[in-house]
Design a protein around this ligand. Structure first.
Ligand code: FAD
Length: 497
C-alpha cells in the first residue's frame, strides 16, 4: 500500500516536495488554506488589465529550478520562456548617481569608471568577484544543498577549513568593506541580504552567496510573470498524481505519543495520513498546529527565535509610462545604516526609507495596458511590532513613499496617474499566509539560525512530521525553498525505506 502523505501548504517548497514524493510512489495530498497555489509567489490581475507578481520578482540561481525539473524528468524550457535581464537593475544613490548593475564585467568596469570615477575600485571589484565566485561554489554543495542529521555534519575539519579560509563568519558588510572604499560599492554588494530579511551588518558573510547569485549568475524573468513557476510546478505535480485541495486550512495536527495521526481541516473533519510535511511557516506551525513553543525541538540556543524583516507593498496601476525606470530599480536611503537600524534595531517605520520598484511590463508588455505601467513597490519595514500600528500609520507612510518616488525617481505626477492601487502590510502577510509575526521572509538568517543551527526539517518529537519552506533549512528565497522541498522529500524517502 502506498504511504499517504499530507503536504500542508502549496507554497513553492510544498509544491516541489509534493511532486517529488508523488514521483517516488507516495500518495500525496496537498492542503492549502487559500484558493490558489503559490503562497508568497502570487499574482494580482486587475480589471483594468494590470498584472502584478505580488511577492518575488527576481528569479535567481536558476540552477536550483533546473535541477528540480530534471529530477522530475521535465525540461524547464518546455514550461517557461526565461529572459536574462541586462542590466540586472538600476541603483539610485542619494547623491544623484544612477548605477546600472550587471553580470557583465566589462559593463561593471565601465560603470565604476564613468559613474563612480574611481579606477582603483575596478581592481577591487575583480578581486571581490573572484572571492564571491569561490564562496558560492564551495558553499552551495557543502552547507546549503544538504540535510543535517547530526552536529558533526556541520562541525568537521572540512567545514571548519571552509569557514576559516573563506572568512564566512564576520558580517557581510564588513567583508565587503574590506575590499571597497567607496561606500556606494559597499552598499551595492551587501544589500542583497535584505532579500533574506536580515541586515548586512548582522548577516554572516557567507550570505555573499546571494550577492553572487545576482551579480555572477544574473536575474531571470519568466515571460508572463513569476507566477509561471507556480503554474508549471502545480501542473507537473498533478501529472504525477498529486491531489490538491484548496480552501482547506489545517487547523490542528492531531498527535498520539511520538507520532502525528491525523489533521483537523477547517476546524471540522479529521483525516488520517501516514506522513506529514508542513510547508506552512515553521514557527507558526509549531505554535498553532502542533501546540508547542516554536523553540522546542530545535537545536539548543539562547533566547527567542529571531524573525526577519517584513515588507510594505504598493501595487500601482498608472495610466502613463515612466520610461526612466528599468524592470528592477533600487533606491537607497541617504543613510544606509540608519535606515537598517530603524528596521532591525529600533523597529520603527523608516524615517528615510530605501525601497525597490519593479516594472515587469518593461520585459513583458502584456503585463500592463498599452501606454501604462504596472508598478510594484516594496519597502523594507520591521515585522509586526507594538511600535507600528498599521491602521494608524499607513496613510502617512503611503504619502511618504509617493513623495520619495517623486523626489528620487522623478515621478512628480505619480498621484495624478494612479488608476489602480492596492497596499499590503505585515498584518496582511500574517493573515493571508500565516507568516509568524508577519515576517515576509521567515526566520532570520543570523549565524545561530543558519545551516545546522536553523530549525531542521524533521520534528524531534514526532517521527513522521517534516518541514519544508523558508523558515527551515536551508532558508528563504525561491532557490532555497525549492532546495528545501527537495531535501525534505529526500529525507522522507530515506526514513521510510
Ligand atoms: C514581498 C516579497 C518579495 C520576495 N522577493 C523574492 C525574490 O525576488 N526572489 C526570491 O527568490 N524570493 C523572494 N521572496 C521570498 C520567497 O517568496 C519565499 O522564500 C518563498 O516563496 C517561500 O515559499 P514557502 O514554500 O516557504 O512558503 P509560502 O510561500 O509561505 O507557502 C506556504 C503556504 O502554506 C499555506 N498555509 C499556511 N498555513 C496553512 C494551514 N494551516 N493550512 C493550509 N495551508 C496553509 C499558505 O497559505 C501558503 O500558501 C520574496 C518574499 C516576499 C514576501
Amino acid at each position: 500500500m502506498k504511504k499517504k502523505v499530507a503536504v500542508i501548504g502549496a507554497g513553492l517548497a510544498g509544491l516541489s516536495a509534493a511532486a517529488l514524493l508523488a514521483k517516488k510512489g507516495f500518495d500525496v495530498t496537498v492542503l492549502e488554506k487559500n484558493a490558489t497555489p503559490g503562497g508568497r509567489v502570487n499574482r494580482l490581475s486587475t480589471p483594468q488589465g494590470f498584472t502584478f507578481d505580488t511577492g518575488p520578482t527576481l528569479l535567481l540561481m536558476l540552477s536550483s529550478m533546473k535541477k528540480l525539473f530534471k529530477e522530475l524528468d521535465r525540461d524547464l524550457n518546455d514550461y517557461m520562456e526565461l529572459k536574462l535581464l541586462e542590466p540586472s537593475y538600476r541603483v539610485y544613490y542619494s547623491d544623484g548617481t544612477e548605477f546600472n548593475s550587471s553580470t557583465n564585467i566589462a559593463l561593471m568596469t565601465k560603470e565604476i569608471r564613468d559613474k563612480l570615477k574611481n579606477e582603483a575600485e575596478i581592481e577591487r571589484y575583480l578581486s571581490f568577484f573572484s572571492y564571491l565566485s569561490k564562496l558560492y561554489r564551495l558553499t552551495i554543495p557543502n552547507f546549503v544543498d544538504r540535510n543535517y542529521r547530526r552536529l558533526s555534519d556541520f562541525i568537521n575539519p572540512k567545514s571548519l577549513y571552509y569557514l576559516a579560509s573563506l572568512k564566512m563568519l564576520g558580517s557581510l558588510y564588513s567583508r565587503v568593506s574590506s575590499y571597497f572604499q567607496d561606500e556606494r560599492l559597499r552598499m551595492l554588494f551587501s544589500f542583497q541580504t535584505m532579500y533574506l530579511g536580515i541586515s548586512p551588518f548582522e548577516a554572516p558573510s557567507v550570505y555573499g552567496v546571494v550577492t553572487y547569485m545576482e551579480s555572477g549568475e544574473g536575474i531571470y524573468f519568466p515571460m508572463g510573470g513569476m507566477y509561471k513557476i507556480v503554474e508549471s510546478l502545480e501542473k507537473v505535480a498533478k501529472e504525477y498524481g498529486v491531489k490538491f485541495r484548496y480552501n482547506s486550512e489545517v487547523t490542528k495536527i492531531d498527535k498520539d505519543g511520538d507520532k502525528a495521526t491525523s489533521l483537523t481541516i477547517n476546524g471540522e473533519k479529521s483525516e488520517t495520513f501516514d506522513l506529514f510535511l508542513v510547508n506552512a511557516d515553521l514557527p507558526y506551525a509549531y505554535e498553532t498546529l502542533l501546540g508547542e513553543a516554536p523553540k522546542k525541538n530545535l537545536v539548543p540556543q539562547n533566547g527567542e527565535l529571531k524573525s526577519s524583516s517584513s515588507a510594505y507593498m504598493m501595487y500601482l496601476g498608472v495610466d502613463k509610462q515612466y520610461s526612466n525606470l528599468l524592470h528592477h530599480n533600487v533606491v537607497f536611503s541617504s543613510d544606509y545604516k540608519f535606515n537598517l537600524d530603524d528596521i532591525f534595531e529600533r523597529r520603527v517605520l523608516p524615517d528615510d526609507p530605501a525601497f525597490y520598484v519593479c516594472v515587469p511590463n518593461r520585459s513583458d508588455p502584456s503585463l500592463a495596458p498599452e501606454g501604462s505601467d504596472s508598478i510594484y513597490v516594496l519597502v523594507p519595514v520591521p515585522h509586526k511590532t507594538d511600535n507600528v500600528d498599521w491602521t494608524r500609520d499607513e496613510p502617512a507612510f503611503r504619502e511618504k513613499i509617493l513623495d520619495k518616488m517623486s523626489e528620487r525617481l522623478g515621478m512628480t505626477d505619480i498621484r495624478e496617474h494612479i488608476v489602480y492601487e492596492k497596499t499590503f502590510t505585515p498584518n496582511d502577510w500574517a493573515s493571508e499566509y500565516n507568516l509568524w509575526k508577519g515576517s515576509a521572509f521567515g526566520l532570520s538568517h543570523s549565524f545561530f539560525q543558519s545551516a545546522y543551527f536553523r530549525p531542521q526539517n524533521r520534528s524531534k518529537t514526532l517521527g513522521n512530521v517534516y518541514f519544508a519552506g523558508a523558515s527551515t533549512t536551508p532558508g528563504n528565497g525561491i532557490p532555497m525553498v525549492i532546495i528545501s522541498g527537495s531535501l525534505a522529500a529526500k529525507r522522507i524517502e530515506e526514513d521510510t525505506k
